[in-house]
Design a protein around this ligand. Structure first.
Ligand code: FPP
Length: 248
């Protein structure tokens, strides 16, 4: 096999009929990327935003149908107030700069997480993006904001418990399928591929329920350095996996 494969080599090698339908990404390493360059962490996040732009475009071009990215976790509030503000600011900037383009590209923007706990302005901007793109059908771009996998399961359980108390369902009727319908991702299939850059090999409370049979791809590359070629490499690795979903 060739040692230094470039973007085109990776692209040509891909079987376009066996692409993952749903890709999820934990966009990690912004802070370390900045630290290694003696830059403020905010520059790492801003550069990470550029990587996100590249990957959204590539997913849309390749015909991947769903991209879910972890932008802000329920634990990220523990960061200094200044960094939280930077991240919220980048969200506004991303929507402001990209919304027309996303709309032109037929991308449908969605958001998952405890949205009511986000600043009012963030909620307004999200609403604007979601409403404007609601009828687009090329790529679902799902942004996890104030998202936690455990919080999502708790929220689903609360809804089901209320229904049971109201006598609308019998607890015996609660199945995996019913649980799934009360998750934030109710109408979306589970991710086929989860990519985590920046070397850590953990899930960090992301899509806990949904990743039961997801293929994981880890790379050392920091998210701000993540390019088309890195995404194509992840797809290539995915295509070399044998998925059995617990069967033989
Ligand atoms: C993790 O890196 C990354 C985040 C907590 C934020 C991810 C956000 C972006 C890529 C840009 C924002 C885009 C939108 C649409 C809001 P880290 O800071 O934990 O990195 P480290 O582990 O190296 O410190």
């Amino acid at each position: 096999m060739k040692k230094n494969m470039n973007r085109l080599d990776h692209y040509q090698k891909l079987d376009k009929s066996r692409l993952p339908y749903h890709v999820a990404i934990i966009m990690d390493g912004n802070g370390r990327w900045a630290q290694e360059r003696n830059l403020p962490r905010s520059v790492g996040h801003r550069t990470g935003m550029e990587s996100l732009r590249t990957v959204v475009k590539l997913c849309s071009q390749l015909g991947i149908k769903i991209l879910t990215v972890y932008a802000f976790s329920t634990e990220n509030w523990k960061r200094p107030q200044e960094e939280v503000s930077v991240l919220m600011g980048l969200l506004y900037e991303y929507i402001k700069k990209e919304l027309d383009e996303l709309n032109r590209e037929q991308v449908q923007v969605r958001v998952i997480g405890r949205l009511k706990e986000l600043p009012a302005r963030a909620q307004q901007e999200i609403k604007r993006a979601v409403e404007l793109t609601a009828n687009n059908n090329k790529l679902i771009f799902n942004i996890a904001l104030n998202y936690g996998g455990r919080a999502e399961i708790v929220d689903a359980v609360r809804k089901l418990a209320s229904l049971a108390i109201e006598g609308k369902i019998d607890p015996e009727e609660i199945t995996e399928e019913l649980m799934q319908q009360y998750l934030y991702t109710a109408d979306l299939p589970d991710p086929d591929l989860l990519i985590r850059p920046a070397g850590e090999k953990r899930i960090s409370n992301f899509l806990l329920w949904q990743i039961a049979y997801t293929e994981f791809y880890f790379t050392e590359v920091y998210w701000p350095d993540f390019r088309e070629e890195d995404f194509l490499k992840a797809l290539d690795a995915y295509q070399n996996r044998k998925r059995r979903f617990g069967g033989l």
